[in-house]
Design a protein around this ligand. Structure first.
Ligand code: ADP
Length: 501
């Protein structure tokens, strides 16, 4: 908790200061409003209680009907009595336009000669709610509540007003200040308690809120330091937890991307090692043979020379094949090879390829056969890329099948709109362990590697990519000692299909 005090810009500190300032300003406004409204309340009560005071005193002020004058004697007696009964009230007789005619207060204390008659008339109308404040002739700067009545002549015309200010002398002022300070103290105490409670609760909330934020920043820092497994644990279900969830999703994505990057890096390193190895072997062989020919040319027979040159040619062809396969794979992986689909007969293509492989099959004593129905629909695919896939699958099948075995290519309509291509052999089969990797680039089963048979391990990787570009998957089923089946599907062409005879 003390930690945030040390950091001047901590969010916790900012929140706390803001909260305290807010709380204090709200308290101040509240305090002002309560004291102010208590004054208004008191003024209203006083004025309401003395609403008829002026009228009842006026009954005693008998205007002489002959002269229309209030006898001075009566007036002074009445003023005197009123003062004795309630020393806090002051009586004034006020003329039509507000001129102060006579009063019960000591003359030296009365400052105003005129008072505003508008509040007085409003009071008499009863058109406005109380309290109504009017001028206090003794304290012009401080409006006072009052009671008033009109004194009429015998003919009913207005003689003057009797205007009585209420509770407005120094004694009542003292009482008001005592009252104010009393209210103030009670309020201050109540507010103090409320303030402390609100402050404690508020600070606790701020602490809880910023604790989650702190957790988040710690996790972000962990990630910054390279720990991509770091995740935020927030138990609340507010906006912060949404932010945490979004962060966790992002962190998971970064984690996957980083793992992928690492894997790619490893693969790249492996690839470079594989390429170097596969290039070095034929190159070293070419170098060796060329050196031998150069050094022993005069000692060699023509047949030997021919044999050596043929080996060199075989190696350079193998190098050429490796480079072209690598190029093809990299283009496929970078999606730089766009398939150019067209409508063609997969049955005819398979037959042509099988025909090309017939001599090789015969040489290896393997029966190569094709099977399809005449109704087999045309497919819509890139013919040269699919030729590449079929060649690779048949070539592999022939390569890994013992003499006397069979390689069978089967084509048939699969589901509504696809043609399935299956290449089955009765060869060595692939072990479960190898099955997971046969489509990886440069992968050759241990058995194959030991026998130094087969190609470079790029064929199936290329074939899989091509099949993927056609929206399908190259799949395999295999049992060691029984044989393997590789298959994929191709979309049926939407063009008009040939009618079978
Ligand atoms: P290669 O050029 O070495 O044939 P591929 O990518 O075509 O490379 O094949 C990868 C590996 O998969 C081969 O080395 C072999 O171990 C295995 N394989 C492929 N086809 C067959 C098959 N029909 N029967 C048994 N093993 C196979």
């Amino acid at each position: 908790m003390m930690n945030f005090l040390r950091r001047r810009n901590s969010l916790q500190l900012k929140f706390s200061v803001l909260f305290v300032v807010l709380l204090l300003s709200v308290s101040a406004v509240y305090l002002y409003m309560v004291t102010d409204s208590s004054e208004m309340y008191l003024a209203e009560v006083t004025q309401k209680r003395n609403l008829d005071l002026a009228a009842s005193i006026a009954q005693e002020l008998k205007i002489d009907s002959a002269t229309n004058v209030i006898p001075t004697q009566t007036m002074q007696e009445l003023f005197h009595q009123a003062m004795i009964i309630n020393p806090y009230i002051k009586l004034y007789l006020v003329g039509h336009s507000g001129e102060v005619l006579t009063y019960s207060a000591p003359p030296e204390t009365v400052i105003l000669d005129y008072i505003n008659v508008v509040p007085l008339r409003t009071f008499l109308d009863g058109s406005q709610p109380l309290p109504i404040f009017g001028d206090d002739p003794r304290a012009p700067q401080r409006p006072a509540v009052f009671s008033a009545t009109a004194l009429n002549n015998s003919d009913g015309s207005l003689h003057c007003y009797l205007y009585i200010t209420l509770n407005n002398d120094s004694a009542s002022e003292e009482a008001a200040s005592v009252r104010k300070s009393y209210i103030f103290h009670v309020l201050i105490r109540a507010l103090g308690v409320a303030l402390i409670v609100a402050l404690l609760i508020g600070l606790l909330f701020i602490f809880l809120l910023t604790r989650d934020l702190k957790k988040m920043s710690e996790t972000v820092r962990k990630m910054e330091a390279g720990d991509y497994t770091a995740r935020i644990e927030v138990d609340s279900s507010d906006e912060l937890s949404e932010l945490a969830a979004a962060f966790n999703t992002m962190a998971a994505k970064i984690d996957t991307a980083m793992t992928q990057l690492k894997q790619n890096d490893e693969l790249r390193r492996e690839l470079v090692a594989n390429i170097s190895h596969d290039l070095r072997t034929p190159l070293a062989s070419v170098e060796g043979y060329v050196e031998t020919i150069l050094m022993k040319e005069h000692l060699m027979t023509e047949a030997e020379k021919k044999n050596y040159l043929e080996t060199i040619l075989k190696n350079t062809k193998s190098l050429g094949r490796l480079v072209s396969e690598l190029f093809q794979l990299s283009q496929l992986e970078a999606r730089q090879t766009e398939p150019k689909p067209e409508t063609f007969s997969i049955a005819e293509l398979t037959q042509d390829i099988a025909l090309k492989f017939k001599p090789k099959a015969k040489e290896a004593d393997i029966t190569l056969s094709c099977e399809f129905t005449e109704q087999l629909p045309l497919v819509y695919a890139d013919i040269s890329l699919i030729e590449r896939v079929l060649q690779n699958l048949i070539d592999n099948a022939l390569q890994y099948t013992m003499p006397g075995g069979k390689v069978h290519v089967k084509l048939f309509q699969y589901e509504q709109d696809r043609v399935k291509v299956e290449v089955t052999d009765t060869g060595a089969g692939i072990s479960t362990e190898d099955l997971h990797h046969v489509f990886d680039r440069f992968y050759r089963s241990t058995h194959v590697r030991r026998k130094a048979k087969g190609g470079l391990g790029l064929g199936l990787a290329i074939a899989r990519k091509i099949v993927e570009l056609h929206g399908s998957l190259l799949q395999v089923n295999s049992k060691v000692g029984i044989g393997s089946t590789f298959w994929f599907t191709l979309p049926v062409s939407k063009e008009v299909q040939p009618v079978s005879s």
